[in-house]
Design a protein around this ligand. Sequence first.
Ligand code: NAD
Length: 291
Amino acid sequence: METKTAKLLDGKALASQIHQELTTKIQELQTQIARPPGLAVLMVGDNPASAAYVRNKEKACQLVGIASYGQHFPQDTTQAELEAVIHELNQDSRVDGILVQLPLPSHLDAVALLHEIHPDKDADGLHAVNLGRLVRGEPGLRSCTPFGVMRLLQEYNIPLRGKQAVVVGRSILVGKPMALMLLAADATVTIAHSHTQNLGAIAKNADILIAATGIPGMITGDMVKPGAVVVDVGINRITDSQGKSRLVGDVDFDSVAPVADYLTPVPGGVGPMTVAILLQNTVKSYQKSQE
Ligand code: NAD
């Protein structure tokens, strides 16, 4: 008998479709705005994972026609120096989006810095004003990763209204805004976290299960309801038994794939969607700058 396996939610393909749509939109808007959209990605120190993410974002900008005004600062840069740079970028009419690549070195206060970004240039959607708009259901710039997940679910016509959704993880970057977006789509949402008891039983109730914990392979097949939609937000670098380094998610792909109906791969699932939404947010601010 052939073993059943989940259909993959292909974030890579959808992201490249969004890139194409953005390229066309930018070409059209540029005839009126007379400059390209601009995104400034600020990076501090030399965390290799962050450097790879920043390179990816800048490459994607180039692909669609967004100008990059990124800056890379040494590890010992002060809070005041970064604040000054953000204030300058807030005033710079060529720049539509500003993003501070996280995590920051421990002497810096990331939340305070994010709040220095003008909410209309908050490409990552993490400013309290934009998170507040999400809570209130008002239009605004949405956090890239959870919004990317919503876009991916929409692309595959996954019904959300009245469904049981379980979000594992409650970070401000992923889990919390994810839960709010699912709630706005009329799902019945449970948020699980590091103090949750009986996670397996809670997860097994989920029609839609979102894993965002940073723990490699923690969601296993026995925790998944047959026919569920499983979204793996995790990106974790591990060294496998052959000593090879590779990226894995928070979902144990091999045990979950035979149980779930839909599953995101890692890499190629949520990761590319995050970048696509970042570009989309930048273009949204660009368009708004003209109004
Ligand atoms: P985080 O460390 O800020 O938060 C982790 C969350 O997991 C916490 O809320 C914690 O309560 C919860 N958690 C920890 N242990 C748990 C357990 N045993 N059971 C249940 N919950 C538990 O991490 P984050 O920034 O939210 O990122 C989570 C993962 O998503 C990481 O692997 C990260 O690399 C990845 N990520 C991916 C993208 C993307 O574009 N795909 C974007 C952001 C983050």
